[in-house]
Design a binder for this molecule. Sequence first.
Ligand SMILES: N[C@@H](CCC(=O)N[C@@H](CS)C(=O)NCC(=O)O)C(=O)O
Length: 239
Amino acid sequence: MVLKSHMQDSAFEKGNILKLTFIYLNFPFWRAEVSRIALFLAGIKFENKIVLSDEFQRVKADGRLDDGTVIPHHQLPCLIVDGHPIVQTGAIARYCGKLSGLYPKNNDLLAAQIDQVLDLATDITVLVSTSGRIDNNQEKIRKRKALSNGELGRKLDILEKNIKPNCSWITGDSMGLEDIAIWRLMGWLSSETLEGIPATILTSRPKIQRVCQNVDANPKIQQWIQLTYQKDYNRGNYR
Ligand SMILES: N[C@@H](CCC(=O)N[C@@H](CS)C(=O)NCC(=O)O)C(=O)O
């Protein structure tokens, strides 16, 4: 793996092996992928534990897996580090990023630049997820169409504006946590799994498309896809 040139402070030292269990649902959403892929890129072993729908309902209610593992905020993802649970996407991503060398330990400016993209990914996720709670299907589709032409479109334009022209990556000179997060978030948005959000949502956003294409073309990312994604999984439309 090529580390960002200014990230030679990787916390991962062979011989200092942690027991890591990553807990998430059975689809490759960015909230999980950003951290799992960081670990994978660095060759850090972890157990990939999948929680199915019934058990997830119990996690939401009780804050525990069926085996008793505590899920502190009753939400996933959750990472167990030597028996200590960590939750919240950003916290887990920063932790895994530090272990893997994809998040700096002594460059506060770069850390904030990565954080701001992860936080924007969260804003976009929350914006879109609220539409999923609408029971009436027609109303849900109407809401999502309105979002695509309105606030979601606006957020995507803001992301587009903040990616430099002629750069392969959002921050710095190599693929980072922020690129992986945006690749999977955009893959979800443009995959047509969210009825009402069109597959063409990225068409007029070439810089976002370019970042997604670059992540998707990375050989280690392709290896991860082969290892963990269902065959022909729709990774979205960014071409
Ligand atoms: N703020 C949390 C939100 C995580 C989240 O909403 N996860 C969903 C699954 S993708 C969940 O657990 N939802 C159940 C709930 O919020 O009660 C984070 O950043 O990780």
